[in-house]
Design a binder for this molecule. Structure first.
Ligand code: IMP
Length: 508
């Protein structure tokens, strides 16, 4: 007699990626201009008819990875309207310190990093200017950034080729009684007014004892004005997120919340787990509903229902095995094409919204190779996107720029690589070490400042939304019509039957 065996269920036709779809244009009306497009995206679940308690101004966040979300990158991204997640594959105090650095960054108030004591020479001032690139040097009692401010030395105070460079800066700087300055606690608006009224380039801020606290520059005001999407909290501090694991989440969350973190998110390669549900519930008991907790990563509707109903998360991260440095699918045969995962989880979110009136945002995490993928992920249902490689390539990521065969690169490694040793994200056994790698250690081309790159991506997203006839991401979700493409359509979409000038230039 034969034995009845149960076989695996085949859930859909084929696991699909963003590359396999194209958007079809919808009617573009006169109001569909990029200036009218809003890219706001909710970061916390909310009830029908209410506004989310917290939202992004652009639907982009940076990955919780060692090679990605430095405080510098978090500051640059929040200034553009997005948010970074500081990684948890580091000691609690280091992660909290990074969050604190972002929260303490006062837009417009700069910590003076070029300071000298009065007995330093003009030559030392010149050397410092060369090193830091800053022409404003604070002269303080002991030459440190927070000691008593004596005056300011700028290039207007001495002539490099006429003055004796061995003379002390004390003979040259403009003393405090001849400077316009602000008192600690002054608002950025008042500081800017002071700069404007007095036609000054720089305003030192001092406390009651005369100690230097910060500098406010005229040029930063213009910079601030050119970042209208800047993402700040109620106290005008930049927004920042941080990752948690299901091991030391209690002391970690405490330290991160004390440091001022705005959003927490569990960082797991497989979030469809009782560990994650228990951890979220425990945090809810401790800190209530107000704190924002994201869950994931998942790739299916049943996992969405579990994380939302059992675990009570505020948003859900989607994606397993699609990351650029990821080898999970090769190593373990688990995961799903990112487009299929996003489509199924988006459908589950919409169904849940219909049934309960509660909207739970979803984040498409990993595998976005170019700007068209960014647009496609949003069109297929994602509310916002998490990217690693995209940001690792920028000037603000924490790794140095390296040169290889005349080209510039940055290092980028997976959290599941031996280099990151993030065993909490990739729990493979009871041992606190990685038994096998799920990520690689790699290089990515250097792409320059984050702001320039994000500006281009956002311009493309807005332009495509106008083609579709959508002014918001929600409208894009409902209006997007996509077609699956053949390999030949892909070829047709690139340049064809012409010689690219770039290639001709390289050959000649
Ligand atoms: P990327 O934007 O394609 O580079 O993917 C970044 C995402 O990959 C992260 O947000 C994580 O979800 C995921 N990830 C990070 N490190 C690893 C790894 O070592 N293996 C698998 N996935 C990873």
């Amino acid at each position: 007699m034969g034995v009845r065996v149960k076989v695996a269920i085949i859930v859909d036709d084929i696991s699909r990626t963003f590359q396999e779809f194209l958007l079809l244009p919808g009617l573009t009306c006169k109001e569909h201009s990029p200036d009218n497009v809003s890219l706001e995206a909710p970061l916390k679940k909310y009830k029908r008819g209410t506004d989310p308690a917290i939202h992004l101004n652009i639907p982009i966040v940076s990955a919780a990875m060692q090679a990605v979300s430095s405080p510098e990158l978090a500051i640059a991204l929040a200034r553009k309207g997005g948010c970074s997640f500081v990684c948890c594959s580091q000691p609690v105090d280091m992660q909290a310190g990074m969050v604190k650095k972002v929260k303490e960054h006062k837009a417009g108030f700069v910590q003076s990093d070029s300071n000298l004591p009065p007995d330093a020479t003009l030559q030392e001032a010149l050397d410092m200017r060369q090193r830091t690139g800053h022409s404003t040097i604070a002269i303080t009692a002991d030459g440190s950034r927070h000691s008593k401010l004596l005056g300011i030395l700028t290039s207007k105070d001495f002539w490099e080729f006429k003055d004796d460079l061995s003379s002390a800066v004390a003979n040259h700087y403009t003393p405090l009684d001849k400077l316009v300055y602000g008192e600690d606690g002054i608002s950025l608006q008042d500081a800017t007014e002071k700069l404007w009224h007095n036609k000054k380039e720089c305003l030192p801020i001092i406390d009651k004892q005369g100690n230097l606290k910060a500098l406010v520059f005229r040029k930063d005001y213009f910079d601030h004005k050119s970042n209208p999407d800047e993402l700040t909290d109620d106290h005008k501090r930049l927004l920042v997120g941080a990752a948690l694991n299901t091991f030391d989440y209690l002391p970690r969350a405490r330290a991160l919340l004390d440091a001022g973190v705005d959003v927490l998110c569990f960082d797991s390669s497989d979030g469809y787990s009782q560990w994650q549900a228990d951890a979220v519930q425990r945090l809810r008991k401790e800190y209530g509903r107000e704190i924002v907790i994201g869950g994931g990563n998942i790739v299916s509707a049943d996992a969405f229902d579990y994380l939302v109903q059992t675990a009570d998360v505020d948003f859900v991260k989607v994606g397993i095995g699609g990351g650029s440095i990821c080898i999970t699918r090769e190593q373990k045969g688990i995961g799903r094409g990112q487009a299929s995962a996003v489509m199924e989880v988006s459908a589950a979110r919409d169904r849940y919204f219909e049934e309960t009136g509660i909207y739970v945002p979803i984040c498409s995490d990993g595998g976005l190779v170019n700007d068209t993928h960014v647009i496609m992920a949003l069109a297929l249902g994602a509310d916002f996107l998490m990217m690693g490689r995209y940001f690792a390539m920028t000037a603000e990521s924490p790794t140095p720029v390296v040169t290889y065969r005349g080209r510039l690169y940055k290092e980028y490694w997976g959290e599941g690589s031996n280099r990151a040793r993030n065993w909490q994200r990739y729990k493979q056994s009871e041992k606190q070490r990685l038994v096998f790698e799920e990520g690689v250690d790699a290089y990515v081309p250097f792409s320059g400042p984050l702001a320039d790159k994000v500006d281009v991506t956002i311009a493309k997203v807005k332009s495509t939304m106008c083609n579709v006839g959508a002014l918001t991401i929600k409208e894009l979700h409902s209006k997007a019509r996509v077609t699956r493409i053949s390999e030949m359509t892909l070829v047709e979409g690139g340049t064809s039957n012409v010689e690219s000038l770039d290639r001709i230039r390289i050959q000649s």
